[in-house]
Design a protein around this ligand. Structure first.
Ligand SMILES: Nc1nc2c(ncn2[C@@H]2O[C@H](COP(=O)(O)OP(=O)(O)O)[C@@H](O)[C@H]2O)c(=O)[nH]1
Ligand SMILES: [Mg+2]
Length: 423
């Protein structure tokens, strides 16, 4: 009797031993990827999700193809290497302890922009995304062709998505007087105002101001990083800007700021003032009015963040506050009766609707879009991050930049050596 009990015990031990051995070997075959270091920016955690993107101003039809994706465990296409930052704990609104955030790159482009955007993607991948494998959403007012999709999918280390913009997001609203709009374009052409005679540029600016964040494909994400064709990144980005934003409760960011051409926005501030009067509840306490205006809101000083680079929060753009702002401006017609750019629109919104601390200046992201450069002033930073920019080209402290004003308003200390880069 005792003998057979012993045999049964041996058999059970052997059985469980084999099972344990199986689990150990199979889990150790999954490589443990390194988690990129973002400790330099550690801040407050627990960003609350104030806005459900599927509610409010998001039309049900536009949300239809975008089922909420809370977890992204898909492997990066065309990549044998494991994702450096697995997104197994990605949730809407919360900041996951490790791994990717619920974020995507986003690019508006034409098929003819293929090789210029290919260049930008390579910059972003080489300096950052090859370690993270974030997705990339491409948007176009026409359908993307196979060539565009094939090349960009091969270059992006995350998943790629391609969306065609609905007509109503890329056309004249019916309240626009076509004759008046045409006369403006002819006048601006004569005055040689850049893009002054262009219809498509105006649709582009209106789309980037009011619609990109409401596209079905964008409904899946909480954070975006805008990338334009032919931009450059000059330094390694050894941290995750999305994480920096989320952990520090940031909503909008910039690397370059400057004065807008006054001729393109003569009445934008009138519309902004109308909005402030109509919606005082949307105006943030501790906002950046001092950066936007030199006379306490009476007039606009034309300072704006250069929006061809943006890392931002999509839920903020989808909030009632931002939508009410966009719609107030849109009804006044300045996208067509003038030539309002999305940069001053986003900037005035960020300046009024957000607390100034919710706007992030990314000194560590060295960037070029024709014709301006942001190159970190600190040599230590440039050497540590393998930067390839000439510090003399840094635009931050030059007379046409608004970044000095930003530092002054924020009470931020300017980096050593900034005086040498003033001209
Ligand atoms: N699909 C599409 N994208 C456009 C059009 N016009 C401009 N874009 C995109 O909109 C962004 C801004 O245009 P860009 O020509 O770079 O303007 P700039 O930076 O102000 O000189 C870029 O990402 C362009 O690829 C257009 O007519 N159709
Ligand atoms: Mg551009």
């Amino acid at each position: 009797m005792a003998g057979s009990t012993r045999i049964i015990r041996y058999v059970l031990f052997a059985f469980f031993g084999i099972i344990i051995l199986f689990f150990i070997t199979s889990s150790s075959s999954i490589p443990k990827p390194p988690i990129p270091d973002s400790s330099i920016f550690k801040g407050a955690k627990g960003n609350k999700n104030h806005n459900d993107p599927s509610s409010g101003h998001t039309s049900p039809s536009s949300a239809s193809s975008g089922e909420q994706r809370l977890v992204d465990e898909r492997p990066a296409p065309g990549s044998a290497a494991p994702a450096a930052a697995p997104a197994s704990n990605v949730t809407m609104g919360a900041v996951p302890a490790t791994g990717r955030l619920n974020a995507t790159f986003v690019t508006l482009a034409r098929n003819s922009d293929l090789w210029d955007i290919a260049d930008s993607i390579r910059q972003v991948e080489d300096r950052f995304n090859r370690n993270y494998h974030y997705d990339w959403v491409f948007l176009n007012d026409r359908e993307f062709d196979d060539d565009f999709k094939k090349v960009t999918t091969a270059l992006v280390s995350g998943k790629t998505h391609y969306g065609t913009i609905a007509k109503e997001h890329w056309s004249f609203p019916d309240f626009i007087d076509q004759d008046k709009a045409k006369a403006v374009r002819e006048d601006m052409a004569e005055r040689k105002i850049i893009y002054g005679d262009s219809i498509s540029y105006r649709h582009m600016c209106r789309f980037e101001s009011g619609f990109f964040f409401r596209q079905p494909l964008m409904q899946n994400y909480e954070w975006y990083w805008r990338v334009e064709p032919s931009v450059k990144l000059y330094c390694d980005i050894g941290f995750d800007p999305f994480r920096v934003m989320a952990e520090n409760k940031k909503k909008y960011s910039f690397v370059i700021s400057l004065y807008e051409y006054a001729e393109t926005i003569p009445t934008i501030w009138d519309s902004a003032k109308k909005f402030m009067k109509q919606y005082p509840e949307h105006i943030a306490e501790g906002n950046s009015m001092k950066w936007l205006s030199d006379d306490n809101g009476e007039s606009y000083n034309h300072c704006h963040f250069w929006s061809n680079f943006e890392v931002g929060n999509l839920n903020w753009l989808r909030s009632d506050a931002y939508i009410d702002f966009f719609e107030t401006l849109d009804r006044d017609g300045g996208f067509f009766y003038e030539r309002w750019g999305d940069a001053p629109v986003h900037s005035i919104a960020a300046g009024l609707l957000l607390k100034k601390e919710e706007i992030q200046f990314f000194d560590d992201i060295a960037y070029w879009h024709v014709p301006f450069t942001h190159c970190p002033t600190s040599e230590k930073k440039r050497l540590e991050n393998k930067c390839a920019c000439n510090p003399k080209d840094n635009f931050d402290w030059k007379g046409y930049s608004c970044t000095t004003r930003w530092f002054d308003m924020m009470g931020m200390e300017k980096p050593a050596g900034y005086q040498d880069q003033k001209d």
